[in-house]
Design a protein around this ligand. Structure first.
Ligand SMILES: *[C@@H]1O[C@H](CO)[C@@H](O)[C@H](O)[C@H]1NC(C)=O
Ligand SMILES: *[C@@H]1O[C@H](CO)[C@@H](O)[C@H](O)[C@H]1NC(C)=O
Ligand SMILES: *[C@@H]1O[C@H](CO)[C@@H](O)[C@H](O)[C@H]1NC(C)=O
Ligand SMILES: *[C@@H]1O[C@H](CO)[C@@H](O)[C@H](O)[C@H]1NC(C)=O
Ligand SMILES: *[C@@H]1O[C@H](CO)[C@@H](O)[C@H](O)[C@H]1NC(C)=O
Ligand SMILES: *[C@@H]1O[C@H](CO)[C@@H](O)[C@H](O)[C@H]1NC(C)=O
Ligand SMILES: *[C@@H]1O[C@H](CO)[C@@H](O)[C@H](O)[C@H]1NC(C)=O
Ligand SMILES: *[C@@H]1O[C@H](CO)[C@@H](O)[C@H](O)[C@H]1NC(C)=O
Ligand SMILES: *[C@@H]1O[C@H](CO)[C@@H](O)[C@H](O)[C@H]1NC(C)=O
Ligand SMILES: *[C@@H]1O[C@H](CO)[C@@H](O)[C@H](O)[C@H]1NC(C)=O
Ligand SMILES: *[C@@H]1O[C@H](CO)[C@@H](O)[C@H](O)[C@H]1NC(C)=O
Ligand SMILES: *[C@@H]1O[C@H](CO)[C@@H](O)[C@H](O)[C@H]1NC(C)=O
Length: 704
């Protein structure tokens, strides 16, 4: 043991004892808190727990970098200092390696360094058959098509997101901070010529303790006990969920629920959420953003033609939340329709057009997926053919190749499947893949703007980027035009006006910028209300559904979609702030038919002032919490049962130097010695206090 480590031990010991001012700097040298760390969290479904967590006091281990097979052996078998914290590059973050680490008792945590672009061969921590058990196909509905028997939709899926790890797993950005960790490791944890390194060693500690265990059924039971028998109730877990956003093309009276006479509605659907292995970093660019941006642009494209010549059928634009987790949003809307708690019921639904992943690549087709089982019914089949014909008629003049999958293959994972579970409907799901997803990074952290080629020349300012029309935006605008024209035909609109419907590539590019790069841009800022400025931020936008703790207010991202849909489909009114909030006194205004938003408006050129105004639209949101929680069927096979565990401790990670056991004993010994000495000194001082301090004593009886 060198003089250096003795000095180090002494400083730690003295510091631990006295916590004096000079010690802060010592402590800071010892602990380096890590920024930009993102944990994987504990999620539960009806029967299983998944994800990760730390122990209540954090997990600590000696760091080891995984760079070769030998390193894996060192961590799992030969290394002399277990348990280990494993630092790995993303190339090692696959099921082969992670399952070995999961099996080992010598691993106490994993830190993955995430690069900005994904591995070329692809990566998906999701499963191979997304939402396998909650779609329409089952033993009783197209049994040969169930369980991805015909088509494995996500062949790259390695299922890591569904594994239960005993230790925490954090992601780190590849930056100066990871350099600092690597330096700490190379300075302290590398022995000479492959021998064991000497103490003190560089170690890492991770905190991400979560409360819930076992399953949703268990944690909901605990929640119940807490609520009913505890003076200070604390929930253990919360259902995943948020709000669905929807807007009819022509206003519907929201006060009257259930069946609406003479109302026939074409549903235009897409989903709003995605996920990744790590907690709140689901960028879901191709997986989700392409779909909802296309539908928003299509809704906008229909605005002027609707004013000119409203179609005879209505169109309902719906944005479903929580679809990634066993179709939370769509199953809730169908449930509400069945229970007559929604503005329309299932009898009002004419047909469904859903937009899936549509990150169109050059020279690829746009595929029209249909359900072979419901098409065995002749009348449904005829209506499906009609919808397909409307799509084909609408595509002329657009640079899109439409195609139908040749074999009789099932629908890809889609919200439409939840409608088909209720009864047969004609419907088409549009997607950029024929069978397996072309998205190489499905539900992973790499499905981001760069993967979608949403990139900008480096010399553009943020405001110039907002306006810059990317090729991706042009391609999606074409798809949006196709969708808008098809919907107008499907809703029996005036055929002469169809060709005048065109989606605006500029709007699409602005949305892609806002939803993939930065929500805090001048456009988004102008269309939200003053009290909601918090919904825009500078972080990369992300789409993990999360938990709706209050169940009264949509999450920021959902509200943003609401504002955007209102801007794109609504009209600016002359109402002032008071009458915007309560327009009941105004002629031709009604909160039963419309929703009203008081928004900030654009910033005027030379000042910070804004001109707020009132937007009237048909945009609404309704709760997207799985019916399983209303029915208290926490092990439901029909409805989503996903919950997220609560945590009380903060989430953090830090590195520091640890002493060996002997060194720790020595530290303790020195500490005890110092303590004894100080006790003796104290005793001596207090026993001789009379003598020592007599001259400083105040004379008694002094008056002031
Ligand atoms: C919960 O997830 C596990 C692992 O993915 C799966 O095997 C099980 O069927 C799921 N249970 C329910 C009720 O969805
Ligand atoms: C996982 O990563 C290791 C190291 O990069 C590699 O040797 C192994 O083949 C990978 N396994 C899979 C299934 O990709
Ligand atoms: C994990 O351990 C179990 C039982 O000890 C064994 O059956 C399994 O093959 C191991 N898996 C891996 C990936 O090592
Ligand atoms: C899967 O399909 C094959 C034929 O393609 C069939 O023999 C088998 O029974 C199917 N499996 C299930 C579970 O339906
Ligand atoms: C990272 O290090 C480089 C060079 O050492 C430095 O220029 C840069 O500012 C650092 N970045 C951060 C975020 O600290
Ligand atoms: C974390 O951020 C703080 C403040 O931004 C900074 O002082 C500290 O150096 C950062 N830590 C690392 C390891 O980069
Ligand atoms: C909406 O429906 C309710 C209940 O049926 C009815 O009382 C109300 O007059 C309707 N409002 C409008 C504007 O039609
Ligand atoms: C992005 O650009 C590359 C190279 O030009 C191309 O191969 C790829 O298909 C593009 N991806 C998308 C989603 O357009
Ligand atoms: C189509 O749009 C053009 C330009 O906006 C307009 O001049 C023309 O009258 C429109 N056609 C119809 C049939 O409305
Ligand atoms: C939508 O936002 C733009 C830009 O702020 C604005 O010019 C337009 O009037 C808005 N439209 C509505 C209906 O709010
Ligand atoms: C808003 O408009 C209403 C009716 O047009 C009027 O009575 C009211 O005074 C106005 N309020 C404000 C704050 O201007
Ligand atoms: C903004 O300021 C510039 C120079 O100060 C002036 O030329 C311009 O007219 C102003 N614009 C407005 C809208 O006031």
């Amino acid at each position: 043991m060198g003089a250096g480590s003795v000095k180090w031990v002494l400083s730690v010991a003295l510091c631990a004892l006295f916590r004096s001012a000079g010690c802060n700097s010592v402590e800071q040298k010892i602990y380096v808190d890590l920024n930009n760390t993102i944990p994987c969290v504990r999620l539960l479904n009806g029967t299983h727990q998944m994800g990760c967590q730390s122990s209540i006091s954090g997990n600590t281990g000696v760091l080891h970098v995984l760079e070769t097979e030998a390193d894996l052996d060192w961590v799992l078998k030969s290394g002399p200092h277990p348990p280990y914290m494993v630092l790995m590059d993303a190339s090692y973050f696959n099921s082969t390696v992670m399952m070995q680490l999961k099996n080992s008792t010598r691993v106490t945590g994993v830190a993955v360094v995430i690069p900005s672009t994904g591995p070329p061969q692809g990566f998906s921590p999701h499963n191979k058959c997304p939402n396998q058990h909650t779609g329409v196909y089952s033993d009783s509905y197209g049994p040969g098509l169930a369980d991805c028997n015909v088509t494995v939709w996500n062949p790259l899926g390695n299922g890591l997101s569904f594994e239960d790890f005993k230790f925490p797993i954090f992601s780190l950005k590849d930056d100066n901070q990871t350099e600092a960790i690597r330096k700490c490791i190379s300075d302290h944890n590398v022995g000479n010529n492959g021998s064991a390194p000497a103490y003190p060693l560089c170690a890492m500690q991770m905190f991400s303790h979560m409360h819930a265990v076992t399953s949703t059924a268990t944690c909901m039971r605990r929640n119940y006990i807490q609520e009913h028998y505890s003076l200070n109730p604390e929930s253990v877990c919360d259902p995943l969920g948020d709000f669905n956003v929807w807007a009819p093309l022509l206003p519907l009276n929201v006060t009257s629920k259930g069946h609406k006479a003479n109302e026939s509605v074409v549903i235009a659907a897409t989903r709003l959420d995605g996920r990744s292995f790590f907690w709140d970093v689901a960028t879901a660019a191709e997986g989700t953003v392409t779909g909802f941006v296309t539908l928003l642009a299509a809704a906008h494209a229909l605005r002027s033609v609707t004013e000119q010549a409203p179609p005879s059928r209505n169109i309902l634009f719906t944005f479903f939340q929580g679809e990634t987790f066993d179709y939370i949003g769509s199953s809730r809307m169908v449930y509400d329709m069945e229970k007559k708690k929604f503005v329309i019921d299932l009898d009002n639904v004419h047909s469904v057009l859903e937009i899936g992943q549509v990150g169109l690549r050059e020279g690829t087709n746009l595929w029209m997926h249909t359900d072979p089982v419901s098409r065995t019914n002749a009348s449904v089949d005829e209506q499906v053919r009609n919808l397909v014909a409307n799509l084909k008629d609408s595509v002329t003049g657009l640079g899109i190749n439409l195609a139908e999958p040749t074999v009789s293959q099932p629908l890809p994972p889609s919200s439409f499947q939840r409608f088909l579970r209720a009864r047969p409907f004609p419907g088409v799901v549009l997607a950029d893949h024929q069978s397996s997803f072309v998205n190489k990074y499905y539900e992973s952290i790499y499905d981001n703007a760069a993967y979608l080629n949403v990139t900008y020349p480096s010399d553009l300012s943020p405001e110039e980027q907002l306006e810059y029309i990317t090729d991706t935006a042009k391609a999606l605008a074409q798809v949006a035009t196709l969708v808008a024209r098809t919907l107008y035909r499907q809703a029996d609109g005036n055929k002469d006006l169809v060709d005048n419907i065109t989606a605006d590539a500029k709007i699409v590019t602005q949305m892609l910028y806002g939803f993939l790069i930065r929500t805090n841009n001048s456009w988004f800022r102008s269309m939200i209300s003053a009290e909601d400025v918090g919904v825009v931020g500078s972080q990369t936008p992300q789409y993990y559904v999360g938990v709706s703790v209050s169940m009264t207010r949509p999450s920021p991202m959902t509200r943003l979609v609401q504002y955007l849909l209102a801007n794109l489909t609504g009209t600016v009114t002359a109402l002032n702030q008071t009458t915007c909030q309560d327009p009941s006194s105004q002629r031709n205004e009604s909160k039963e038919l419309y929703s009203y938003l008081w928004v900030r408006g654009p910033q005027s050129a030379n000042s910070t002032n804004r001109d707020p105004y009132c937007v009237r639209s048909t945009v609404r949101s309704t709760l997207a919490i799985s019916p399983a929680f209303e029915l208290r069927e926490y092990e439901s096979k029909v409805y989503s049962t996903w919950t997220e565990s609560r945590w009380k401790s903060s989430i953090k990670a830090r590195i520091f130097l640890v002493a060996s056991k002997e060194l720790e004993m020595l530290t303790l010994g020195v500490g005890i010695a110092v303590l004894l000495v100080s006790l003796l000194v104290t005793y001596f001082i207090s026993s001789k206090a009379e003598l020592l301090f007599s001259s400083t004593r105040e004379p008694s009886g002094t008056t002031y």
